[in-house]
Design a protein around this ligand. Sequence first.
Ligand SMILES: Nc1ncnc2c1ncn2[C@@H]1O[C@H](COP(=O)(O)OP(=O)(O)OP(=O)(O)O)[C@@H](O)[C@H]1O
Length: 266
Amino acid sequence: MTASESPPPPSPEAGEPPPPSLEVAGLAFAYPDGHQALFGVDFTIGRGERVALLGPNGAGKTTLVLHLNGILTGGAGAVTVAGMPVGKRHMAEIRRRVGIVFQDPDDQLFMPTVREDVAFGPAAAGMAGAELEARVDRALDQVGMGEFKERPPHHLSFGQRRRVAVATVLAMEPEILVLDEPSSNLDPASRRELADILRSLDVTVLMVTHDLPYALELCPRALILSEGVIAADGPTGRLLADEDLMRAHRLELPFGFDPRSVGTGR
Ligand SMILES: Nc1ncnc2c1ncn2[C@@H]1O[C@H](COP(=O)(O)OP(=O)(O)OP(=O)(O)O)[C@@H](O)[C@H]1O
């Protein structure tokens, strides 16, 4: 084993159910300037769930997400991905299992062609040849971008670049796909197409969003993070219909939108 390789992840005993995709227990964190952003966050996300992470500006959502693959560490509590504690020991495997799609696709796309961008992660993990090509093709097909493989990412529309950014993460075959504001800057058709893509994926999803109708459409369950604590955890439709809860945490539905009139999540 080289220094850059992780030890193999723990494998469940035969017959045991797989561990949850994500467990966050007592997570607390203060930035170096002393600002406390998280105050003991607890939740578990099971395999295949799609969960929205909601909360007002400054609630701690980004801080929480940056703990999921060990970009931020050093606070109190624990994060566990597919049974592996997030920490130095399993870091390479954790980074593969937690795929984060950032809000700006241009933060994630930097190669001359779409193919090279999608191949980058698996190639860095040692994959090559036909296996790598098949991995790239599959990830691009999953987001409906197969025909753009040889194009430069910067010639694509914003919505197409966001799909390619999702493909770069899917190419790593993650346990959990974390999306930061996936619907931002998309026109209505692109927004719906991305929703269809996300629904079609066989992966656990945690979606950070201020787009509450999108959360309702895609995620049967939502967490409300407010002032660094989980203020609510339950069915998205029920949370969004709770006017007192919404007001208390500075969440506002678009004018005229009635969450009770929309089927949720499936
Ligand atoms: N590098 C940092 N140093 C000090 N404080 C920070 C730093 N980054 C964020 N914070 C503070 O931590 C708190 C949580 O910020 P965070 O970015 O996690 O919130 P958020 O819920 O993602 O907000 P938004 O919806 O605006 O993206 C805020 O009060 C923010 O000012």
